[in-house]
Design a protein around this ligand. Structure first.
Ligand code: T3D
Length: 270
């Protein structure tokens, strides 16, 4: 079933019985560029699927030929024409930071199905997901520099961690397009498929995650995030704390029982 959220039709949620919620950006005539309504609806949709216990994995994608073209520049053009200088710091703090925090902090795995161009903050949304599967027609552009901005929405934090500092710097300073083949070669996406295979492939992958120990995925995400930004000694303490939590879950008991009984585990996420 597909339900528009936040009284708009610019972000759709389609809940599948498999436990996967497909969240779709839907301003296709503007390549799903982020205006105030879309950012608000996306945050609302992500929070909604996060708190829905029936949802165990999330799939983020876009309608039409683009995934997301970043900030809606028509909004900005209007401001410039009116002689205004918009506070981009305010825009980042209120519009984009909450989205990136929500995606990175999501207690469920998030798969991004990149159906077309991902530019500016649109690329950052994809970087903040746990997995990226791309259509052969997808591409990534660090578009910020072309309009005199620095990469935002976590791009300077996330992209070097995905592809290395040297490559990230080159992509960010040139603003050149990375096509799907290059994205695969540099590890920016896990898989590239034909456009008609994108949703079935991404959905099947998300479904395979949804039957997994989703509580452990959540802890694993926290472990990886911490590991990328601390020293080994501190990390090892944090790891022990997280494994303490994992060891008290029903899923750990079920996993060990299933191993002993030589059967597939039936994880519940508890
Ligand atoms: O401002 C703040 O709050 C700070 C935050 C900044 C975050 C950011 O994301 S900054 C970066 C903003 N994004 C860009 O700079 C990308 C701008 N778009 C493009 O460079 C190109 O559109 C693409 C390379 C993405 C795709 O090119 P192409 O040739 O495939 O498509 P197109 O013809 O340019 O676009 C199709 C339509 O989408 C077109 O509308 P029209 O003329 O048919 O009515 C175009 O204007 C619209 N569109 C594309 N991107 C945006 C957009 N409309 C508004 N904002 C956009 N970002």
């Amino acid at each position: 079933m597909t339900t528009p959220v936040a009284a708009t039709d610019v972000v759709l949620i389609d809940r599948h019985e498999s436990g996967v919620a497909v969240v779709t950006l839907s301003r296709p005539d503007k390549l799903n560029a982020v205006d105030a309504a879309l950012s608000k609806a996306l945050l609302s949709a992500l929070r909604e699927v996060e708190k829905d216990p029936a949802v165990r994995a999330v799939l983020l994608t876009g309608n039409g030929r683009g995934f997301c073209a970043g900030q809606d520049l028509q909004d900005r053009a209007v401001s410039q024409e009116e002689g205004q200088r918009p506070s981009l710091g305010h825009s980042i703090r209120t519009r984009y930071t909450p989205l990136i925090r929500q995606l990175r902090g999501m207690k469920k795995p998030v798969v991004c199905a990149i159906n077309g161009i991902a530019a500016g903050a649109g690329a950052s949304l994809a970087f903040a997901c746990d997995f990226r599967i791309a259509s052969s027609q997808a591409g990534f552009i660090q578009a910020f520099i072309k309009i005199g901005l620095i990469p935002d929405s976590g791009a300077c934090f996330l992209l070097p961690r995905l592809v290395g500092l040297g490559r990230a710097t080159e992509l960010m300073m040139t603003g050149r397009k990375v096509d799907a083949g290059e994205a695969l070669a540099i590890g920016l996406v896990q898989q590239v498929v034909a456009p008609e295979e994108l949703l079935p492939t991404a959905l099947a992958f998300a479904e395979s995650l949804a039957v997994g120990p989703t509580g452990a995925y959540s802890l694993l995400k926290r472990a990886l995030d911490r590991a990328m930004s601390t020293d080994l000694d501190s990390y090892l303490d944090y790891e022990a704390d997280l494994q303490e939590i994992a060891g008290r879950t029903d899923d750990f008991g079920e996993g060990v029982a299933a191993f002993g009984e030589k059967r597939p585990p039936r994880f519940t996420g508890h």
